[in-house]
Design a protein around this ligand. Structure first.
Ligand code: AMP
Length: 382
């Protein structure tokens, strides 16, 4: 394979892990990010410029063989403009759908993927009307530019309508608003899957996820789902990927409620709930994404035993308790500590689910993070 250079729009931890996955394959990388301290920067050349800086994008395109993303909110017209100069995967049209919760949910509905009720909200009166139609609780979200639970307001009683409108009403003309019925789910799961340029498709085993304040805290793979549920979840992901003519890795997040799966959202990129694949799968999501965008054969998504990923938010803890475990792996993204920021993660893996639960117990106790590991332990022992 001749040396090829992959350009990544966004230079954060996802770009950083793509660079780490691509190095053994002899790939070179160019990163593009508005932040000079983007954490991929120490690993690959970084262009620091705004995502709509056409001059900088043109110079970037001239240096690369293919462009991909580590960030889904790159302006879709910048992605489309780049696609006229150099191959861009996933296709900018898929990015555009995923950037707008309303078009994303409308597409799920068209494709027969079950989901909670939703409505475009353009006024306070309409909000009140739809809250009455859906029943409480429900969630008002910005249509665009929301992530990790940001730009969301949960309505628990009719009295919250004013508060929700005060918090987000000003966004109507900027990002748009969507109201969703609240799903009293027992579990949240995600399908991380990959589609190649030739239409080949592979999915990793469905992953169970736990969020705190809207941010992923822990993931366990495989999730305890029935075979029928696994197949349904993966089937939805495949339908979506084929419809979008998708190329690369993506995640489909779903709620499980009383044996029913309801789609929440898709992320058109490698995903936090797939970080366990670095050590827990035959081929990591990062390597498979690179294979897909370069038109190479996809790698096997078979997983090795059971895996649990713990996110480190705000600041890195002591690595020793994780590294003391026989299959504990440490990832420090090299970021400055900051409240709510994803700064690293750990993955623990074991062939045996109860041995993995015991390792997690030891790590939780040593780090004073019993609350974070508890749902993962419970799932592994179920
Ligand atoms: P999102 O940014 O849409 O992924 O939302 C972040 C988190 O908020 C999700 O992972 C859920 O834990 C919760 N959430 C979002 N939408 C809903 C919903 N319609 N019903 C229940 N929980 C939700």
């Amino acid at each position: 394979m001749s040396t090829r250079t992959v350009g990544i729009l966004g230079g954060g931890q996802l770009a950083r892990m793509m660079v780490l996955a691509g190095a053994p394959m002899g790939l070179r990388f160019e990163l593009f990010d508005p932040a000079a301290d983007a954490c991929g920067g120490p690993l690959a050349p970084l262009t620091v410029a705004a995502f709509d800086d056409r001059q900088a994008l043109a110079a970037f395109a001239a240096k690369v063989d293919v462009v991909t993303f580590d960030f889904e909110n790159v302006p879709a017209d910048s992605a489309q403009w780049l696609a006229d100069q150099v191959p861009v995967y996933p296709p900018p049209s898929a990015l555009a759908v995923a950037q707008d919760r309303l078009s994303e949910k409308t597409l799920f509905q068209q494709l027969g993927i079950p989901l909670p009720p939703f409505a475009d909200i353009t006024s306070r009166a309409q909000l009140a009307e739809k809250v009455a139609a859906f029943g409480l609780p429900c969630i008002l979200k910005t249509r665009r530019l929301g992530y990790d639970g940001k730009g969301q307001f949960r309505l628990r009683s009719a009295a919250d309508i004013d508060a929700a409108w005060d918090a987000l009403g000003a966004q109507v003309d900027k990002t748009g608003l969507i109201l969703e019925g609240f799903v009293a789910f027992q579990r949240e799961v995600s399908v991380v899957a990959v589609r190649g340029r030739d239409g080949s498709f592979q999915a990793y085993p469905v992953t169970g996820n736990w969020h705190v304040d809207g941010v992923l805290s822990a993931s366990v793979a495989p999730a305890r789902l029935s075979d029928a549920e696994q197949q349904a979840a993966i089937g939805y992901a495949r339908t979506l990927a084929e419809h979008l003519q998708y190329v690369g890795v993506f995640a489909l997040e779903l709620f499980c409620r009383d044996g029913e799966l309801l789609a929440n959202e898709m992320a058109p990129r490698v995903h936090n709930s797939g970080h366990w694949t670095i050590e827990g799968s035959e081929t990591s999501q990062f390597e498979n994404h690179l294979r897909a965008v370069l038109g190479l054969p996809l790698g096997d998504t078979r997983m090795l035993g059971h895996a649990c990923m713990l996110n480190w938010i705000g600041a890195m803890p002591d690595p020793v308790p994780v590294l003391a475990q026989s299959s504990g792996h440490w990832h420090d993204y090299g970021k400055q500590p900051r409240d709510g920021r994803k700064v690293g993660h750990a993955t623990l893996r074991d062939d045996d689910a109860s041995a993995l639960a015991s390792s997690l117990e030891q790590v939780g106790e040593a780090l004073g993070r019993q609350v974070q590991v508890a749902p993962a332990i419970q799932a592994l022992r179920a």
